[in-house]
Design a protein around this ligand. Structure first.
Ligand code: BES
Ligand code: MN
Ligand code: MN
Length: 453
């Protein structure tokens, strides 16, 4: 039997199995789901076993387990290390989902569920592509799978695991499906990921909440102060004002910028899809550049004072914000966090106290387009989509990818099958049924072309 016949024959079962996996709420950010996270790892390990993998292990860490599996057919052949994550983002706000986040359902040709695209749906394509090659006796090289349960919370324990298992994880390339492509009509391959610096800030005014009539106007309001401080972090051109922030930013040549902007993109459709009348971003860069090659600073959450029903006239003691910065080559997460901290403390008025706490971060990466692996991925996509893929730059981050390079000396291929419009991390996350099957069809071709001399 050939691959397509095998996939066609087993199509429904593949989907049913994915559905069962999606029903397990493997939310890594919330410790109440600890047991579910473990169950999701066990489910995956069982599927690797059924597909014919060897040395399957649920590797315990200080956090959530890593699922490892491998098939070594001949040590002299190339080895692909497949990376992905089985943990998912929290589903809240749950009331905005059309159907519950952990009760998968197909509507309009899309699988709706938390994790359907990011990243269980995409990981499962790899499990089923592997099964397809095993059952048709066509696995052309060695493969190792390393699927973690903490990507959405910073992959701290996977970093340690990589450092401790360099020999075991020896491979020739890391293959990852955890990004998006332009569309089913226009396949693309991400050639970069942005890095991340994440901080939480706390502004304290008076040492207890005050009556805003008795004290307002005379005592610093930490929320007002925090808002002005945050507002000052961008200038009128939407440049970030932190001194030194852009010092190491790698500027692209004109040719590179022209190539990047050749990707099909409709600003009108983009705005329509997001329900906005106008985009906003750094002057003299296009939308694709703003998300692909430029660093950013965004407030992810801000709170303080009274937010309950009705009104309460209070001058609060404290205000907080969570702020993330997306980084591009050659910025370094540690340096940027330091620059932010120094600057943020320096702009604080004497009337308040400010604290900055660093959260997890990650380094940006770029992947070459002239490598054997890139060419194999391009040929594989051409095989199933009928078109040469376009190299693109995604705006998201997978912090562990830089570590694969640093610790394991391995480059990665970002062969993602999602779409930017899949609403990952949002209510109604979904993944195209066709994207799922196309992924299963494409992956064996990558193995084939990557193994060819
Ligand atoms: N799969 C995403 C990253 C992604 C999405 C890359 C779309 C390219 C296109 C990943 O699961 C993710 O959400 N990463 C986080 C970082 C993490 C440290 C929480 C992100 O980008 O915010
Ligand atoms: Mn992901
Ligand atoms: Mn994610």
């Amino acid at each position: 039997m050939n691959w397509n016949d095998y996939i066609e024959t087993n199509k429904q079962r593949f989907m049913d199995e994915l559905f069962d996996w999606l029903r397990i709420p493997s939310v890594s950010a919330d410790s109440r789901f600890k047991k579910d996270v473990k169950n999701a790892a066990e489910y995956l390990a069982a599927k690797f076993k059924a597909a014919g993998a060897d040395n399957i292990a649920i590797e315990e860490t200080a956090g959530n387990p890593i699922v490892y599996a491998e098939k070594i057919i001949n040590p002299s052949l190339p080895t692909i290390l497949v990376y992905g994550h089985y943990d998912v983002q929290p589903s809240d706000p749950d009331n905005l989902w059309t159907t519950p986040a952990f009760e998968p359902e197909i509507r309009d040709g899309k699988i709706f569920a938390r994790g359907s695209c990011d990243d269980k749906g995409q990981v499962y394509m790899h499990v089923k592509a592997f099964e397809t090659m095993m059952q048709t006796n066509t696995l052309p090289c060695n493969v190792k799978f390393m699927i973690e349960g903490e990507e959405e919370v910073g992959s701290a324990n996977l970093g340690i695991y990589c450092k401790q298992n360099k020999e075991k994880l020896k491979a020739d390339i890391v293959l990852i499906s955890d990004t998006a492509m332009i569309s089913l009509d226009t396949p693309s391959i991400d050639t970069g990921l942005r890095g991340l610096s994440y901080v939480q800030v706390e502004v304290t005014g008076p040492d207890h909440d005050l009556h805003s009539g008795v004290y307002g106007g005379a005592v610093a309001n930490p929320i007002n102060v925090l808002c002005s401080m945050i507002a000052s972090l961008h200038d009128e051109n939407r440049h970030i004002t932190i001194p030194g922030f852009y010092d190491k930013v790698l500027e692209l040549s004109n040719e590179e910028r022209i190539a990047l902007n050749k990707a099909p993109f409709s600003l009108d459709e983009y705005k329509k899809e997001l329900g906005i009348d106008e985009v906003m971003g750094e002057t003299s860069y296009t939308t694709l550049e703003r998300t692909g090659i430029r660093p950013t600073l965004d407030v992810n959450g801000i709170w303080g004072g009274y937010t309950g029903e009705g009104s309460k006239t209070v001058l609060p003691s404290k205000a907080y914000a969570k702020i993330s910065m997306r980084l591009v080559p050659n910025q370094r997460s540690g340096e940027i966090t330091e620059l932010f901290t120094k600057h943020f403390l320096s702009i604080a008025p004497k009337s308040v106290k400010v604290k900055v706490e660093a959260h997890h971060g990650g380094e940006p990466v770029v992947t070459p387009t002239d490598s054997r692996a890139y060419k194999a991925a391009a040929k594989a996509l051409k095989e199933t989509f009928g078109k040469e893929p376009i190299p693109t730059r995604g705006g998201g981050s997978i912090p562990i990818v830089a570590l694969f390079e640093e610790v394991l000396g391995l480059k990665s291929i970002l062969m993602g099958f999602g779409l930017d419009s899949d609403d990952i991390h949002s209510p109604d996350e979904h993944y195209g049924v066709e994207n799922f099957y196309k992924g299963i069809q494409t992956i064996p071709y990558f193995y084939k072309y990557f193994s060819e001399k």
